[in-house]
Design a protein around this ligand. Structure first.
Ligand code: PMT
Length: 401
């Protein structure tokens, strides 16, 4: 798909600029023709000569030092696709506002080709409301944003902000060029408000220990991210790290009680609620204030039920369209029973003992049950594809008539 394609590689000034050289090399290896454009600080980080050697073309660095009269429009019209990697917070802000005070932004504004942006910055900068506002604007403008990932960052810190790997960018470029990218391309959830729960709750035993489960939040993140890409306003109530790159309200919680409070507070104002979280069914009646010691003998932990968040929403007078999940082990009978008894509109059952299914995997194999007992078994799919199909099914169900 990338062979024979003309790719403009924009590089802005961050430590991750070193990865741009490898990205350029990979693009050339798969048969693309690459022309590059660099900001002044990118030249400091990477050096123009490196990109020139890898791509066979000297990078464009300014408006005034080029042989071409209008380098930004020439490049913009030439491109089949443009990618900016790394994209700093400043570059994303300029892109979002159209502030074309350098040749990279001018090229991005001058092109009608699809644009892929790979952010890289410190966690605090990524999570800053201004950056998140710019992310939302860019997604609304049809830009494909890949990453960032969570991981080690320059300067020794760790968190979301790390640029995705060049192979991920190649995949994103392939998708935008084949027209199969769903990033901001389907906007059939514009105007809808959505609430999603994700992750596993932790019920404290003492300041050190808790009753928990294996949920990573990946399934809920995929559902929240897909809804946001399709235009919905999304609130994600989660115990886990939220998805990167998605414009969503994230409410971090730890216990079932906190998840219940945050969920019930919002449930009356949304159109759809999807309960993908693995919520503890019981918690220690009393969490100890200080750490339990081995020398004090075996503790007896007295437990009590947690609030049933799903049941609370199902009982609401003006409840949203409600989707429950069921984590089953072996038999799916429990999922069918929950579909018919829990007052949901749909129930998604998954057998968490199956390979590639359930907790902490990137894939899932689910059966979707209607309250009538009618069921639809889907093959093993990526969680993102499960999320896409689930929203298709929910919207189809909600259609009037
Ligand atoms: O997060 P991942 O690692 O990607 O894993 C995904 C998943 C396996 C957690 C997910 O696909 C899943 O199955 N989520 C539901 C897990 C679960 O708690 O199932 P359950 O059968 O115990 O609960 C049924 C439903 O009631 C769920 O929608 C749950 O959110 C809800 N519930 C449960 C207990 C409780 N006190 N309140 C609730 O609202």
């Amino acid at each position: 798909m990338l062979s024979g394609r003309r790719i403009v590689l924009g590089v802005s000034g961050g430590v991750a600029a070193y990865k741009a050289a490898y990205l350029a090399r990979r693009l050339v290896e798969v048969g693309a023709t690459v022309r590059s454009v660099m900001t002044e600080s990118a030249v400091h980080f990477l050096g123009a000569q490196t990109l020139a050697a890898v791509t066979g073309h000297h990078p464009v660095g300014g408006f005034w030092d080029e042989a071409e009269v209008s380098p930004h429009t020439d490049l913009g019209q030439w491109a089949d696709a443009m990618v900016i990697a790394p994209a700093t917070a400043a570059t994303m802000a300029k892109l979002a506002t159209g502030l074309s005070d350098n040749v990279l932004i001018a090229t991005a504004l001058a092109t009608e080709a699809p644009l892929v942006v790979a952010p890289a910055m410190h966690t605090e900068m990524w999570e800053n409301p201004a950056t998140q506002r710019n992310v939302r604007t860019l997604l609304d403008d049809g830009v494909t944003i890949v990453g960032p990932l969570s991981g080690a960052l320059a300067g020794g810190d760790s968190g979301p902000g790390r640029m995705v790997e060049p192979e991920d960018i190649l995949t994103a470029l392939t998708e935008v060029l084949s027209g199969s990218s769903t990033e901001a391309s389907v906007r059939d959830m514009d105007g809808y408000a959505v609430l999603v729960t994700a992750g596993g709750t932790r019920e404290p035993i003492d300041p050190v220990r808790y009753i928990g489960n294996r949920s990573s939040g990946k399934m809920g993140n995929a559902i929240a991210g897909e809804a946001a890409r399709r235009g919905a306003q999304v609130s994600l109530i989660t115990t886990a790290a939220p998805p990167s790159g998605a414009a969503i309200e994230v409410v971090r919680v730890e216990t079932a009680q906190q998840m219940a409070d945050a969920t019930w507070e919002r449930a009356g104002e949304v159109d759809f609620a999807v309960m993908a979280a693995a919520v503890a069914d019981f918690r220690p009646r009393q969490a100890e204030d200080i750490k339990l010691r081995r020398g004090d003998g075996l503790p007896v932990i007295d437990v009590e039920p947690t609030p049933d968040i799903l049941a609370g929403i199902a009982a609401m007078e003006n409840r949203p369209y409600l989707v429950g999940f069921a984590a089953e082990t072996g038999s799916m009978e429990g999922a069918l029973r929950k579909a018919t008894e829990k007052g949901v509109d749909l129930l998604v059952g998954n057998d968490v003992t199956r390979a590639g299914s359930g907790f902490a995997t990137d894939t899932n194999e689910v059966t979707v049950y209607a309250p009538s007992g009618e069921s639809d078994r889907w093959p093993l799919l990526s969680k993102r594809e499960v999320a896409r199909r689930l929203w298709d099914r929910i919207l189809e169900d909600r259609k009037p008539g």
